[in-house]
Design a protein around this ligand. Structure first.
Ligand code: DOR
Ligand code: ZN
Length: 351
């Protein structure tokens, strides 16, 4: 696909895209969007604002706010999504497809994560919208965790596969689905072996860390996200999937900024902020797996192919250079702590 150059100390890649990103809104958007724009050409932008982005009109207005917040001259392109509720209609899906700016619909099981209260309370209530997505070929992006409090938090993704994902794909075999931010061996195997029309995003933090990271040396809220980090067998299965070369697996940071005081809190918000150093974190994970030559496919080629888009035409360069992840970054009224703040990275994106 490209004249990929692989050296120990210097890599060039087709400019990557982020297929799962939280940009927030207002001052927070202004504080974070430049970091993503410095790394990625495009991003699938999550719709879990307050109120959620449930209509094309809201998505169009949000898109304009993102474009207005970009640094001058940036070529970053936000790819918008709609937030599915119990009331999302077939007409709203047709409107979304016709808009040209909405690239997918996000399904949050109600209560699964940040700002998901308005999500789908029962998949049976979503049938008309799902049928329309299947007909219009508009991908469905799934937060794949059951919300039943009786199910152990660490098992909620695995249980979701059997209770929701398999029946959903049986009922809508032509609906294209992204299993977002997979965290388990079961999800990686499911996506690998399932019928065509499925993809999965994998975050850098789920490739680099297992659940020990949340508890080592004290409770560390900056490693708390949803779906939560899992045990080592799962991390290692995710690395296997991401570095396999299988086009079903692609980059999605799930970078999810929260103010420092809300992360370092008695009930810490879920989300890891990785927009600042995403490609460097992925490069670290791929190099540790001895598979840096597979990074370009995962980061820059498989995602566009799933979404029916061409890969980017520009390139980025990563150089081996030690640099320290800042302790904190500006955020309105507060600060934001990037993942692994204060630690040293071996790779750096050349500007
Ligand atoms: O950790 C997470 N944070 N997981 C999600 O699904 C949502 C996200 C957020 O919006 O903060
Ligand atoms: Zn997310």
């Amino acid at each position: 696909m490209s004249e990929r150059r692989v050296h120990t100390d210097d890599i060039t890649l087709i400019r990557p895209d982020d297929w799962h990103l939280h940009l927030r809104d207002g001052d927070a958007l202004a504080a974070v969007v430049g970091a993503s724009a410095a790394q990625f050409r495009r991003a699938i932008v999550m719709p879990n604002l307050r109120p959620p982005v449930t209509t094309v009109a809201l998505a169009a207005a949000y898109r304009e706010r993102i474009l207005a917040a970009l640094p001058a001259g940036s070529a970053f392109e936000p790819l918008m999504t709609l937030y599915q509720t119990d009331n999302t209609s077939a007409q709203q899906i047709r409107d979304a497809k016709a808009s040209g700016i909405v690239h997918a619909v996000k399904l949050y099981p109600a209560g699964a994560t940040t700002n998901s209260d308005a999500g789908v309370s029962d998949i049976r209530k979503a049938r008309a919208a799902l049928e329309s997505m299947q007909r219009e070929d508009l991908p469905l992006l799934v937060h794949g965790e059951v919300t039943d409090p009786a199910v152990d938090l660490f098992d909620r993704e695995r249980v979701f596969i059997d209770q929701v994902m398999i029946p959903l794909r049986r009922d809508f075999p032509d609906l294209r689905v992204v299993f977002e931010h997979i965290t388990t061996r079961e999800a990686a195997q499911y996506v690998r072996d399932a019928e065509p029309g499925i993809g999965a995003t994998i975050t850098a933090h789920h490739l680099l860390y297992n659940r020990n990271a949340i508890f080592s040396g004290g409770l560390r809220p900056h490693w708390y996200c949803l779906p939560v980090l899992k045990r080592e067998t799962h991390r290692s299965a995710l690395v296997g999937a991401a570095t396999s070369g299988n086009p079903r697996f692609f980059l999605g940071t799930d970078s999810a900024p929260h103010a420092q005081r809300l992360k370092e809190h008695a009930s810490a918000c879920a989300g890891c902020y990785t927009a600042l150093h995403a490609i460097e974190l992925y490069a670290t994970a791929f190099e540790l797996a001895g598979a840096i030559d597979r990074l370009e496919g995962f980061a820059s080629v498989h995602g566009p192919a799933f979404y029916g888009l061409l890969p980017n035409t520009t390139r980025v360069r990563l150089r081996r250079e030690r640099w320290e992840i800042p302790a904190s970054l500006p955020f309105p009224g507060d600060a934001i702590v990037p993942l692994a703040a204060g630690e040293t990275l071996e790779w750096r994106l050349a500007s």
